[in-house]
Design a protein around this ligand. Structure first.
Ligand code: G6P
Ligand code: MG
Length: 222
């Protein structure tokens, strides 16, 4: 049986993925670059810097890739994003997540956060979930962002486990790839067309529970 579950945050625990999208779209518009939901699929799970690089690439403004201008753009996006998340409360936890966290705790399964977001700890506090997480991997400590495995390897380490002993839950393709590269077993939230047809996927977080995760794990053990 798995000993730990490594959670992505945005789009899995709460719907902040939407706020990231809105904040990037607003920043891109200021630069005269149009991004839509389809383009946003590529941004999901990526670090702040990697997201901005993709947007600038789309707008053919790669001259802004470096230096102070780049830092200022990231800061501007984050300030707007922080304004959007001010009002987050425990009511914003996605359906089924709190119940799942309690089930995992009752079964002595360790829980860690493997988010690329530097705002992860603040959001967990606002949601009233900080105490559920035994470990939080700090994205600033990893060399490469998702789809590289680093943040999942670190999250497992934070709770004293190997990634191979854990499941990872993600709503983004870059995140699923990171889980697979780490050796953990992936569970997707979303659609096979976005996340890949070769993994176990639930359409919404409502369908996540301990029995389902055990089923996924047992299939992989065979
Ligand atoms: C998560 C989200 C991304 C976001 C990244 C960095 O991975 O899925 O959309 O860009 O975190 O978040 P931050 O809050 O540090 O800008
Ligand atoms: Mg996500």
């Amino acid at each position: 049986m798995f000993k730990g579950v490594l959670f992505d945050l945005d789009g899995v625990i709460t719907d902040t993925a939407e706020y990231h999208y809105l904040a990037w779209r607003a920043l891109a518009a200021e630069l005269g670059i149009e991004i839509d939901r389809q383009f946003n699929q590529q941004l999901k799970g990526l670090s702040r810097a990697d997201s901005l690089r993709l947007i600038l690439q789309k707008g053919q403004q790669t001259e802004l890739y470096q230096g102070e201008a780049f830092q200022e753009l990231m800061q501007r996006k984050n300030e707007n994003y922080l304004k959007m998340i001010q009002k987050i409360t425990p009511a914003d936890i996605l359906p089924g997540i709190k119940e799942l966290l309690f089930e995992l705790q009752a079964a002595n399964i360790k829980i860690a956060l493997a988010s690329a977001s530097q705002n992860g700890p603040v959001i967990l506090e606002k949601l009233g979930l900080a105490d559920c997480f035994l470990g939080i991997a700090d994205p600033k400590q990893v060399a490469a962002g998702k789809p590289a495995p680093d943040i999942y390897l670190l999250a497992a380490k934070e709770i004293g486990l190997n990634a191979q002993e854990c499941l990872g839950i993600e709503d983004a393709l870059a995140g699923i790839q990171a889980i697979q590269a780490s050796g953990a077993v992936p569970v997707g939230v979303g659609q096979a067309q976005d996340l890949g047809a070769d993994i176990d996927i639930v359409e919404t977080t409502k369908d996540l529970n301990l029995a389902y995760l055990q089923e996924v794990w047992q299939k992989c053990e065979k």
